[in-house]
Design a protein around this ligand. Sequence first.
Ligand code: J2J
Length: 566
Amino acid sequence: MAERTTSVVTDDLAETILRGGVTPWPDDLAETYRAAGYWRDRPLGDLVWEWAEARPHGLAVVDGDTRFTYRELACAADRVAVLLRERGLGRGAVLLVALPNGWELVVLFLACLRAGVAPVMMLPAHRDHELAAIGRRAGAAAIAVPGMFREYDHPAMADRVRDQVPSLSEVLVCGDDVGAHHVDVRAAVEDVSADDVLARRAHLDATPPAASDVAVFLLSGGTTGLSKVIARTHNDYEYNARRSAEVCGFDARTVYLAALPAGHNFPLASPGILGTLMVGGTVVLVPSPSPSRVFETIAAERVTVVAAVPAVLSRWVAAVESARPDLTSLRLVQVGGSLFAKEAYRRAVDALGCRVQQVYGMAEGLLCYVRETDPDDVAAATQGRPISDHDELRIVDPSGVEVHDGESGELLVRGPYTPRGYFQAPEQNREAFTDGWYRTGDLVQRHPGGNLVVVGRTKDVVNRGGEKISADEIERLVQAVDGVADVAVIAVPDPELGERACACVVPRSGRTVTLQDIGRALRAAGVAEFKIPESLLVLREMPQTSVGKTDKNALSRIVTSRTHLA
Ligand code: J2J
């Protein structure tokens, strides 16, 4: 096998990524999780050929006219895994993955698992600002982007990101007309010569990652500054997907439609793409959740399960009436990521004619699903219960004391697939974790049957149709806009998306600041479009609490009392 001997990942960096930045579970709990059969001590990449041998001709992945059987998928994943190795990306290397939903994303994800490379699941909507900051934080050695996508030149952006991230040297492109200085992923997959399959497989099997290594990095919605990075190990992420598939009744007949961006934990592994492949089902991918595309694909591929955030599901429900799609194959629609009202639940069940399952989850771990056996009123009014007998939950008041059943409080959690800290973030970890308990920042109540009801949150984020925006991150960016003296970013209710970001700005004396000024400045800084504030409240002074902090409740009251904002 022709492999480059030089590595773009220094041993020190690999060591940090493999062990240093990750807070391990305590030994006694790790033993408990192993003894209970949750952690199987097998790297996820091992599963790829296990699936291929169990169902070589079974249909694994569908993306438009492109189809992969399980055997073809394993061959393609190995070919790309070897390509990664040839580019110096091996165990412990980090790859930023900012791809739209498509077969390349699945192949590259599995290739990373085979090669021991940890993908950081970014979104195609992310831009220079997010990619460079996360790339630096995670010590990324490479980035994978599409070619031109939605009229945006992603390879050119990737070159700029490479210039800003000292550890980053390789740009992988999944598209047409790939430049000579970029790595062409599609071409590598086309070059699957049969004779090499065994040699490649043997080579990759001989150098597997450890099950306690980082399998994948997910982004946190974040409360302070930029998104934090969540390291998920092979052990915990395998359990996350396997147990989710079990709870949601996935099997070889499941045809799962990935319509939400697959960089999110929900479509990736709750049970999502990974959970479907684990049970021999078929994953169908669409690059956008638009009703027409989704309906067409459900009918054409006889899709049985699809996941949505409430904002997307509402669009589908509204479109059903006029589009009259053939949804007869649908067995289950999962909905989660932000609040989903009881009334919306009822409308969805009526319009779609299948089971609607609420899901409350987080990239930090804990996953709750409403069960099929739950009565209808529970399915309508709750967000489900945890998947593991070893998920430990505490619901506490602001002083940390557990509340009585039925009262609301902040949810703290720990368990076999909820990591003990963010990656390389000791400062944030002191705030977000207490004795290994992750502070979710969500206010919940326990329903009499044991399910959780999400009633609010304590964290300072805007939940824009399931995409989490850190108020603090946007405040720092707006603070730097010319003419701004002070700023606070708050969530304002929105009928379509649940919430949108509103910038509340005190201009410098004699200056004016407009929404356009803010948009222009943030776009110039390379900020993802979905994070840019969509309304503006101009104030003479910032309301303050008695302890001199910005009073965001007062700001919310001012905003809701006005019918018209800029
Ligand atoms: C209210 N708020 C919810 C719900 C998440 C499955 C499903 C969702 C996510 C996700 C995920 C909610 N009702 N049903 O990763 O695997 C809010 C909470 C939570 C935060 C996590 C999955 N479901 N939320 O949304 O990491 O505030 O994960 O803490 O993006 O979304 O966001 P995220």
